[in-house]
Design a protein around this ligand. Structure first.
Ligand SMILES: Nc1ncnc2c1ncn2[C@@H]1O[C@H](COP(=O)(O)OP(=O)(O)OP(=O)(O)O)[C@@H](O)[C@H]1O
Ligand SMILES: [Mg+2]
Length: 401
């Protein structure tokens, strides 16, 4: 295949390793500076120029987009998507995972453990917010901090308020998060490629430090994650629209709590710690998937007028409970069930013989008008619009139950 790595740092470890891995597997590979693209838009022909020359055909890209160039970088990736070039991270996935709030907002509707978190603006909303996440101690976080900078532990309500107000007075957006004390000074980085975790490490802070960032002296060790942790990490990546992702989790008695998902996870730390060839795993995955570029459902579905993807919820007491999908009459109404969500289980392409249970959620494709009538009036009023076209947080490919 012909692969492009989008990176501003041709000599950085991750870029070098990806390049090496591609070359050693006989692929053609180039490192392209993300900021040297020109995006050309013309009717029916999305196109790209690189260093003002027409870009030749590529089979796949691996974007490594730093936080400082998110806008332009995601625009370039979006252009490759319009040109049906396979990418390891969807442009929307990069944007969605870029700040901690947006990432947690998207994850929060799914059955994925996250630390209780709130986001407030007004001074008078701070105290109630601290109480809602369980009271002090709490963690105060800048939305776009990295390497532990902007992650502060507040032991008392007074210090929490003072920290939040100080940060807000400098126009910084901050999150208030429950301090997960069981995991003090430790976290897990799971490295996801496709639909599996290819490597994982536990980072442990030294001394009194509660932040387990390697830049703050934390020590990393290889770990083999159990099924729950692996599944959580893989689902997070899928929900975000990332086929390569670094998922950071805290360990608790109730299982993993996801702090964030990184769209350009570094390779150096994890390869050194685990001695695994992660660059190779990424390149092999891309080579196997290159014929299946990401499809943005929302863009494509609006083409067939009146049709869309919506989620139908089966509440307790629904007449559909105990019926099979076939008996429910959905197929007759020309509604296809794409995925069934049952608790933490995701069942892609459920069989018509499958019986519906209370609280099932069905991701369906069909005529919007018909599907709208499937949602009870009460439900529609409670949370309108309950029936809606799901956007980018539709998993792109599913884990088996
Ligand atoms: N809610 C929490 N409870 C306990 N410890 C936490 C919590 N949030 C963060 N930590 C600790 O602080 C460290 C840094 O937090 P986090 O990863 O959210 O920010 P960051 O490392 O600055 O950002 P990035 O991971 O994007 O570089 C974590 O690795 C973890 O050890
Ligand atoms: Mg971190």
């Amino acid at each position: 295949m012909k692969l492009a790595i989008l990176s501003r740092g041709p000599n950085c470890y991750s870029t070098q390793r990806l390049k090496e891995a591609a070359v050693s597997r006989g692929h053609s590979v180039r490192v392209l500076d993300t900021l040297r693209f020109s995006i050309d838009l013309r009717k029916g022909e999305p196109d790209l120029y690189y260093r003002s020359k027409h870009l030749s055909d590529y089979d796949a890209i691996v974007p490594r987009i730093g936080a400082s160039i998110t806008y332009f970088g995601t625009a370039v990736v979006r252009q490759f998507e319009q040109m049906d070039v396979f990418t390891t991270s969807a442009s929307a996935g990069i944007s969605n995972s870029r700040d901690k709030l947006r990432c947690l907002q998207i994850l929060s509707r799914h059955q994925i453990g996250i630390p209780a978190t709130t986001f407030v603006r007004e001074r008078k909303d701070i105290l109630p917010a601290i109480e809602r996440v369980g009271g002090v101690p709490i963690v105060v976080k800048l939305l776009e901090g990295t390497q532990g900078v902007g992650v502060i532990l507040a032991e008392t309500v007074q210090s929490a308020e003072a920290i939040i107000q100080t940060l807000q007075s400098t126009k910084q957006n901050v999150l208030i998060q429950r301090f997960v004390s069981e995991s003090r000074g430790r976290d897990i980085r799971a490295f996801v490629v496709g639909d599996r975790v290819v490597a994982a490490m536990r980072r442990t802070a030294q001394g009194q430090e509660f932040r387990s960032n390697v830049h703050r002296g934390a020590i990393a060790e290889r770990v083999i994650l159990d099924e729950t942790y692996c599944e959580t990490a893989v689902r997070c990546a899928q929900i975000m629209g990332l086929r390569v992702a670094g998922v950071d989790m805290l360990e608790t008695k109730e299982g993993p709590q996801v702090m964030e998902v990184n769209s350009s996870p570094g390779l150096e730390g994890i390869e050194n710690c685990t001695q695994l060839d992660i660059a190779g795993a990424i390149v092999d995955y891309v080579a196997a998937q290159v014929d299946f570029p990401e499809i943005d459902l929302r863009q494509r579905l609006t083409v067939s007028r009146g049709y869309g993807v919506t989620e139908i919820h089966i509440p307790a007491g629904s007449k559909f409970i105990g019926q099979t999908i076939d008996e429910s009459g959905l197929p007759e109404l020309d509604i296809n069930v794409l995925t069934l969500y049952r608790g933490t289980t995701v069942i892609p392409n459920p069989r018509l013989k499958r019986t519906l249970e209370p609280e099932d959620r069905l991701l369906c494709f069909g005529k919007m008008e018909v599907m709208r009538s499937m949602v009870p009036e009460r439900n529609r009023r409670k949370r309108s619009p309950k029936v809606k076209v799901l956007s980018t947080d539709v998993p792109t490919h599913e884990t088996t139950p």
